[in-house]
Design a protein around this ligand. Sequence first.
Ligand SMILES: [Zn+2]
Length: 446
Amino acid sequence: MTRVDLIVLNGTLVTMDRDRRVIQDAGIAIERGRIVAVGSSRDIARMYTAPERIEAAGKIIIPGLINGHTHVPMTLFRGLADDLDLQDWLTKYIFPAEAKNVTEEFVRAGTRLGLAEMIRGGTTTYCDMYYFEDAIADETAKAGVRGVLGETVIDFPVADNKTNAEAMAYVERFVQKWKGHELIVPAIAPHAPYTVSEEHLKAIRAFSDRTGAPIVTHISETKREVDDSIKAKGASPVDYLARIGFLNDRVIGAHLVWPSDEEIQILKREGVGVVHNPQSNMKLASGVAPVPKMMAAGLRVGLGTDGAASNNDLSMWEEMDTTAKLHKVFSGDPKVMSAEEAFSLATIGSARALHLEKEIGSVEKGKRADLVIVNRDSLNQIPLYNVYSDLVYATKASDVETVVINGRVVMRDRRLLTLDEAAIKEGARVFRERIIKSLGSAAPPQ
Ligand SMILES: [Zn+2]
């Protein structure tokens, strides 16, 4: 018998490996944060012993879900301004509310709220872009969650940095501090090609080349962005970014709602990760990204929720369900995206979009032990015929029971083990009062 840290036994395992194996009565052995064996429960139980065991009989074991794009502290702005288009929403509500409220304390409280929601919903990795990202990294590491965390660089004064020089110095310290951490991948996050100058974008690319830090950004979110880009720069956003030498296989681009066919080829050639955010794009009426076309072209496509102010939750279950249905109705073809494909976007697809597919995204020997045990006994799941159909169209975040990240159990039988849920809720309510007061007559009707 080999002694390991943790074993999981007797579940139906949806591996999301190359062969898309689904193993009945599966067992998994975990040692020092990594999966050391996957097989039949009988074999795993015969070969391994561990001080900690998870019994998954009658349940589904899946790779941890990966939220490819969010702004986690924005949970505190959830429902603050709805039913607006992107420019009004951003310039009349979100930017002013951020200017008046975002402090390190705000960011920590919002991050803890988002982390608790994500763990409860089976999200084990998320990719973020916000301010005070060092505090976000600290909270994320303490909660035991994995993150690709990008400090925002934008060409106007923001909460944590007032100038580009300050922002670049912050990012330098931030990346040096967290580089090599087993949960945190520090990144640099230029907000968008229309809010960061060409000179600054080139400096960001040079910084990434020197440090290896991923670049998280928004690209081609609205038709207006494309029209403005053509007018101002003579090229649509992807084309422009390629021309200035910004794109490569460390770039993670959110949205990509409006790329042309030629731009899809550029994204493919440069190895850019693409994160689809269907609910946010629907809510802001930004459009429908050509995801089936991008998948057919072999792009690195994943899935994200975007910030909670434009979604308004961080559930990857809703996002998968919405993705499959949105592309069916938009194309008029119910076969354009299957449940299995939608599930792949939230797991191995997002891992590829974050350039982390060698480490996460599937349950396989050698990968990080990020996995989720899902109940299959809720009324909304019964009876069960096909596991992917069940996961994408019927399962809810509330059906997630147990969550393991990097071999550590962070939720067991619906009990959060690394976060204090009551304190988090109380903290968020305190910020709600402050935010309403800060907006004065511009506060939304209650
Ligand atoms: Zn975003």
